[in-house]
Design a protein around this ligand. Structure first.
Ligand code: PLP
Length: 233
């Protein structure tokens, strides 16, 4: 077994234990392997171990990897599902709309409109999460909670996109309870949007260091990089 395969098993075990402890079914939680800074070979190795969903932060690097992995895969193998999870500038939306399956980092209407308009008609709608800034100042990515309902209502009407849920990257805090408390704020926003009529099914929160409190707070997708691929140097 390679290191990546062994690490994937360790992460899946952590997810299963975290689900157990909160009485959840582990099949409700998707593992997104964050492959930023690692090459296409690392992705191919994870794919061979049954990992399906991959996350990239930097658009140019991500697009190159999407194409390189496509070249490497044997005919008939299951294609990876690619998520863009990094900050998104308007001048990069066309690349993202053409090469990714998901975008988790939508935090303004203008970017969402461009993604919808630029999504090729030959592809299924781009699956979208809105990134929420639950704890930070104005300099942080993500929409402020007060502005979330209007943004969600607007994004949900756009052709070429399908609104699936919320994503957050909280500032690091110490201790399980403090971490869970921050994640619960995002969970509450998610429940609020669902009560408002949005058919959401994706709550993307938790990374290598804090996937357990995120799962305890209801995460349906955890984004894990270092615990799978090793440190990014
Ligand atoms: C890098 C990154 C991750 C993964 O972080 P690790 O600490 O390596 O698990 C998750 N989400 C986002 C948005 C990231 O940029």
């Amino acid at each position: 077994m390679t290191t990546i395969q062994a690490n994937l098993q360790l992460v899946r075990d952590r997810m299963a234990r975290a689900c157990d402890r909160s009485g959840r079914d582990v099949n409700e939680v998707t593992l997104l392997a964050v492959s930023k800074t690692f090459g296409p070979r690392a992705v191919a190795e994870a794919l061979a171990a049954g990992q399906q969903a991959f996350g990239e932060n930097y658009v140019q690097e991500g697009v190159e990897k999407v194409l390189a992995v496509r070249e490497m895969l044997p005919a008939g193998s299951f294609p990876p599902v690619w998520h863009c999870i990094g900050p998104l500038q308007s001048n990069k939306t066309r690349l993202v709309a053409s090469h990714f399956d998901w975008v988790q980092s939508v935090d303004r209407l203008k970017v969402a409109q461009r993604l919808g308009e630029q999504r090729p008609a030959s592809l299924p709608p781009l699956q979208v999460c809105i990134q929420v800034n639950v704890d930070g100042g104005a300099s942080k990515s993500g929409v402020a909670p007060a502005e979330l309902p209007d943004l969600a209502d607007a994004v949900a009407t756009l052709a070429g996109l399908k609104l699936r849920g919320l994503m957050c990257i909280p500032d690091p805090v110490d201790g399980f309870e403090a971490q869970r408390t921050v994640f619960m704020k995002v969970r509450d926003l998610y429940d609020m949007l669902r009560a408002r009529g949005h058919a959401l099914d994706t709550l993307s929160m938790g990374m290598s260091e804090d996937l357990e409190p995120a799962i305890a707070a209801g995460a349906t997708l955890v984004r894990v990089g270092r615990a799978i691929f090793g440190s990014r140097g």
